[in-house]
Write a protein that binds this ligand. Sequence first.
Ligand code: CP
Length: 311
Amino acid sequence: MVKIFRLKHIISIKDFEREDVEYILDEASKLEDIAKSREISDELKGKILGLMFFEPSTRTRISFETAMKRLDGQCIGFTSSGSSSVSKGESIADTAKMFEGYSDALVIRHELEGVSKFISDVVDVPVINAGDGAGQHPTQTLLDLYTIKNEIGSIDNLRIALIGDLKFGRTVHSLSQALGLFDNVKIYLVSPPELRMPQEVLIDLNKTNVEYEEVTNIEDIIDDVDVLYVTRIQKERFADINDYLKIKGAYIINKKMLEGKDVIVMHPLPRVDEIDTDVDDTEFNKYFTQAANAVPVRMAILKTLIKNNPK
Ligand code: CP
């Protein structure tokens, strides 16, 4: 049977069925050799990707750019609102219309939830949400799932702890919703009471077969999980800096607490202090592999969306 990818835009992981996730992970596996051997395939020769980054990024922007170049395409774009004419008062809709005229797909990062969805309604090229405020980060989720599948062998039957800022951390919102597509998954939601997973995400989880439990201490669950998925406390999203300072440093993973455990450590990065650098040189560290996996996964996303939706 010929498999197809149904979606024109990647806005929310909630738009995905399990087959859509599996399609991208399979495509990424096929492209991994090109990514790892640092070769170029001509799949997107002559195509242009528009990168509209209103909010800072290292991994997402640079890995999308790398992915496009590995497929022989090119990139245009800006890296902050201040370096675009939005700073002169141009609307987001008009800015997106300009990019629609110049490029074959758009990648959007913005500090406000819903901006990628809004842009997908005003342009006729594929739109990819590269993180919208505390909302979603669906392409991060796809590379997280790719990493879990490669490292653990399967996403079904997974035992995972999501640790840290579950309130503002968009990667854990998308990831937990995606895990709802798989079988026999247990999620431990580890956070201070102030940073619990939002109710709307829990409501989505309640509609799936995922079992979840809210806990406060890592020690209570570390022996029961395959993956510790650690996140940064999102300082920039606190209205009052004192609330951030009270919680800062709540969870710090170090080598000593991992010794003897059958677990891997993942993190969407950037990290501040939540994983001690003494973990970097251990077999527990999969966060740098995870970041490198962004290239084949984003190659798969770009190839699929741009080839499925020619201008
Ligand atoms: N993981 C992630 O989104 O990193 P950046 O903010 O550096 O893109």
